[in-house]
Unconditional design. Structure first.
Length: 388
């Protein structure tokens, strides 16, 4: 049975929970705010199906893209609302035009992130844009399997480990399934996010019922200088740049990521997705006219099925050298490096409700001699895992 003794060995995809025939596995949140499977041993019949669908126990081989593109959506309105070049919307629209269904990450009424399904063009707005929180998959793998067996076309989008989990869950390839992942920095804790919006946003403004939208990638000042913006129905938005926002500082500096992100099982194309999309950081180093600071996507086509979907969508694109594209986006093959003060963050963040941003800034730019010594020792030893 699934038994998590080392938290690096669970990416939280929930494939095991959905495949269990006795429904004896549940997800429990740990003290860092991440979900892990827990088995009711009294109900378990030792069928081992949970182990067979685990993407960490059943890692796939590396898989290099067959084509790399720099691309932008020609609809400027969609591109402005998207994290980078707006390509996901074009892919999803094509599936929906063929009476298919799209799965992606969306906010719920409490502004937590779950995987949901969409069947209309209007549904796509809830999937558009990055959500820097680990989404709850819940039973979306089972829904996908049912739809595929009914002959429906499905586009499933998610992190590389979520796509790897889906592939392991299904145990076979379906011609009517297209999978899309993205080059992933790592997934932050849902528990930290819940605490952050309650204490740093709702707690200070008392406007939880009036929140209209959260945009992790507000491009008001350009794609490269994006902001985190909370939009309210009848009051002034709250916006902050990455270096002035405690949550984004913790995320971008690998402080609040899931332990498995430091040893990601799905790097280097091991998710076996059909298409990988990402911000094309480094596009300015290519001699192509697709860099206007409004957002450019890197589109990695991994399979012929992915190539068929990309064909004839309304985008402006240029084919580029695959090796150079991957070199400009190292997170395709490199796991996040654990921050040496990560454990200190989790022990102390709740004590810093009134100065959370200053607290996280201090972890990054600390003047404390003790912390600096810890940091130097940590780096000298070359750790890429959580210290015991």
């Amino acid at each position: 049975m699934i038994e998590i003794k080392d938290k690096h060995n669970c990416c939280g995809c929930a494939a095991c929970i959905q495949r269990c025939p006795k429904q004896c596995i549940s997800l429990e949140e740990d003290n860092e705010g991440f979900l892990y499977p827990n088995v009711n041993k009294l109900l378990c019949v030792d069928c081992h199906l949970c182990e067979k669908v685990c993407p960490i126990l059943n890692k796939k081989e590396d898989k290099k893209p067959i084509i790399a593109l720099a691309a932008i959506n020609t609809d400027e309105g969609i591109r402005l609302k998207s994290s980078s070049g707006g390509i996901f919307t074009l892919l999803a629209e094509k599936i929906i035009a063929n009476e298919g269904m799209v799965f992606g990450a969306a906010f719920d009424k409490n502004w937590e992130v779950h995987h949901e399904e969409g069947i209309t063009i209007e549904d796509l707005c809830k999937f558009r844009g990055s959500k820097y929180v680990q989404s709850k998959i819940e039973n979306s793998y089972k829904k996908t399997e049912y739809l595929l067996k009914e002959g429906k076309k499905v586009l499933f989008s998610g992190t590389p480990c979520q796509i790897a989990g889906l592939k392991c869950f299904l145990q076979k390839e379906y011609l009517n399934l297209t999978t899309v992942d993205f080059i992933c920095h790592g997934v932050p804790s849902p528990g930290i996010w819940r605490w952050y919006i309650k204490n740093q946003i709702f707690g200070t403004t008392n406007t939880s019922s009036k929140l209209k939208d959260i945009n992790f990638r507000d491009k008001t000042y350009g794609w490269r200088d994006f902001q985190l913006t909370f939009q309210f129905k009848s009051s002034t938005p709250i916006s902050s740049t990455n270096n002035a926002n405690g949550y984004m500082i913790a995320f971008l500096n690998n402080i609040c990521l899931r332990p498995s992100c430091y040893q990601c099982p799905a790097k280097s194309g091991r998710s076996h997705s059909d298409i990988t999309i990402a911000d094309f950081w480094g596009v300015n180093n290519f001699n192509i006219d697709l860099d206007d600071n409004k957002g450019t996507s890197l589109v990695l086509i991994n399979t012929n099925k992915g190539l068929e979907l990309v064909k004839n969508i309304n985008m402006n694109s240029k084919e580029i050298n695959i090796n150079k594209a991957l070199e400009s986006n190292k997170s395709w093959h490199e796991s996040a490096k654990v921050h040496e003060l990560r454990n200190l963050f989790y022990k102390q963040y709740k004590k810093h409700e009134s100065d959370f941003t200053s607290f996280t800034q201090d972890l990054i730019h600390t003047k404390s001699i003790t912390k600096r010594v810890i940091r130097k020792i940590f780096r000298t030893l070359g750790y890429n895992q959580l210290p015991i």
